[in-house]
Write a protein that binds this ligand. Structure first.
Ligand code: SIN
Length: 568
């Protein structure tokens, strides 16, 4: 049995183990810090404030700039009369291709309906059915209609509006255009705060200081922008994941990057954030066709166009490889212009702006990096293996998504985990001031030169896409090992922080994808087709003082962290 490395010798290349930090000019104490302002971060901050805690939100852009506001499809929850939690659980486990943590999924599906209710209580204007209940729709991998949406295809925008308004009304302190650089560590290695800095318009860092707290909750989103192109916004560079790794946390399932099947194709050189065409469009009856109008999905899976996302993306990728085409087409013309305009106004606008009209013609689409199932190893309460450090939402890897996330489970997970995490932080918060930081890091500081990032991202797209091979991943590893470091004496700026995070994530991704010689969920190896039973394990990684990765397998039945750890 070839099971992956268990507490192995260091694997090259190394990642940056510590950033060269600007000196702190100030220090402030709060109870808890939340980093990031998508649904998970906003909800965590709100719940902590409700509990009477002093919480500060740190976000590197403007409030609400996270990935949530781009979510089109919606939020999955059991609300229909023909649905039940067991069905939602089974659909999630099936999509997760054998790597889900069933207990975490059970908690998610049980608590999801209350999370939707809470959103409504906070003033979210969901799309309603004629009886005044949330209108439900279907997406890939769901056996029932259970996707709650708002504004047709503007679900994430409405969640963001609701939560940012609530946050402002609660008077929560928000530090916008502020980047979290490194965790402050206490004497025992616990996290006792963050070194942060303001980000000027040109990306230079100013006014660095120490925010000290009993708990730091990372809600920084995913790492889609480690690829040359992704559906997630520009800020999703994996900063939170890299910071957690440098703070001693483990990260897991990093190879499980979900490629959305229907990203509007806008040329081979398209980079940055790409326009998504929601799976809900196929949920309403649109189909994938080739250049001759022949359907692609029947025969590939019993659910055809509504198969789980990994299956649809892999089927399209195989079709593209076989035909030499760059894209297939999504044919939504059967839905009619009026329906499309009412149900998917944002998607219609985006397609038309790019020169395509889904109401009258099939539009070109191809799979694109969309959601990153991997992240900081945590439970659904946000606990990582490091006291004082929590992770919720896409930055966390709770085992809920396994090897492939079920559509529209992400915002739901963010909300559920946020409430649970806030409850734990509140319950365990000790009296008094946070502990004195003993050190920002024991490691020698360094960073990746931003000039190296395009090469790293291009290689990640080329070699760690929908279908991977050992040879390609080895090429990626070589590219990563050669990435230039920031020249000595050049001060750290936002571009270098992000380039370092992208390099860290890509290194983890290449290492994990190379170590997993099978195809499962989002991880497809042309040279190792099909799942292998002995690989029904998760891969978790930590770094040593020189930044070398150490990888271990996490059996699904084992506890997800070495010890349950709470606030510091
Ligand atoms: C979509 O609308 O297709 C995306 C929803 C999701 O990623 O869950």
């Amino acid at each position: 049995m070839t099971v992956g490395p268990r507490r192995t010798a260091p694997v090259a290349p190394a990642v940056v183990p510590a950033l060269p930090l600007p000196a702190a000019g100030w220090s402030t104490d709060v109870d808890a810090i939340v980093v990031g302002s998508g649904a998970a971060g906003l909800m965590t901050a709100l719940a902590l404030a409700e509990a009477g805690r002093r919480v500060t939100v740190v976000t590197k852009g403007a409030l609400g700039d996270g990935s949530t506001r781009w979510a089109q499809g919606g939020l999955a929850a059991v609300l229909g009369a023909d649905d039940d939690a067991e069905l939602h659980l089974q659909d999630t486990l099936t999509a997760g291709a054998g790597l889900c943590d069933e207990a975490a999924v059970a908690t998610l599906v049980t608590e999801a309906p209350a999370a939707i209710g809470l959103l409504q209580d906070l003033g979210a204007r969901l799309d309603l059915d004629p009886h005044g209940r949330p209108a439900l729709t279907r997406e890939g991998g769901h056996s029932r209609d259970r996707i709650v949406h708002a504004g047709g295809d503007a679900s994430g925008a409405e969640v963001t509006r609701t939560l940012t308004e609530a946050l402002r009304s609660a008077g929560i302190e928000v530090l916008e255009q502020t980047v979290a650089l490194e965790a402050l560590r206490g004497r025992l290695g616990e996290v006792v705060g963050l070194r942060v800095a303001r980000v000027a318009v040109d990306g230079t860092l100013t006014d660095a200081g120490d925010l000290r707290a009993h708990a730091v909750v990372l809600a920084t989103g995913g790492y889609g922008q480690a690829y040359a192109a992704a559906t997630s916004p520009a800020g999703t560079t994996g900063d939170g994941l890299a910071l957690a790794l440098r703070a001693g946390a483990e990260v897991a399932d990093v190879e499980m990057v979900q490629f959305h099947p229907t990203v509007l194709w806008q040329g081979p050189g398209a980079t940055g954030q790409q326009a998504l065409i929601s799976e809900a469009v196929r949920g309403e009856g649109a189909v994938l066709v080739d250049g001759d109008g022949r359907r692609i999905m029947p025969g590939a899976h019993p659910l055809a166009d509504l198969a789980p996302r990994d299956v649809v993306s892999a089927t399209i990728a195989a079709h593209l490889a076989a035909t030499g085409a760059d894209f297939v087409f999504l044919d939504a013309t059967g839905l009619g212009a009026d329906f499309l305009e009412n149900r998917f106004p944002g998607i219609l606008r985006a397609c038309r702006a790019a020169g395509f009209d889904p109401a009258t013609e099939p539009v070109p689409v191809a799979p694109g990096a969309h959601y990153t199932c991997g992240g900081v190893l945590a439970d659904l309460d946000g606990r990582t293996g490091v006291p004082g450090l929590f992770a919720v939402g896409e930055v966390a890897c709770t085992g809920v998504h396994g090897a492939n996330r079920l559509a529209s489970n992400s915002v739901t997970e963010g909300l559920v985990a946020a409430r649970r995490c806030a409850a734990v932080v509140d319950a365990e918060l000790p009296p008094g001031a946070p502990a004195e930081p003993a050190r920002t890091s024991s490691f020698a500081g360094g960073a990746i030169d931003p000039a190296a990032r395009p090469g790293v991202s291009a290689a990640t797209s080329r070699y760690a896409g929908v279908v991977r091979t050992a040879d390609g991943l080895a090429e990626l590893t070589t590219t990563l090992a050669r990435a230039d470091r920031l020249p000595a004496g050049r001060p750290l700026d936002l571009a270098a922080v992000e380039a370092t995070a992208v390099h860290t994530v890509a290194t983890l991704l290449a290492t994990a994808a190379l170590a997993r010689p099978e195809s499962r969920g989002c991880h497809r190896r042309a040279d190792a087709p099909g799942p292998r039973p002995e690989w029904q394990v998760r891969l978790a990684h930590r770094i040593d003082v020189s930044g070398h990765l150490h990888t271990r397998t996490v059996p699904l039945t084992a506890p997800r962290t070495d010890q349950k750890q709470g606030v510091a």
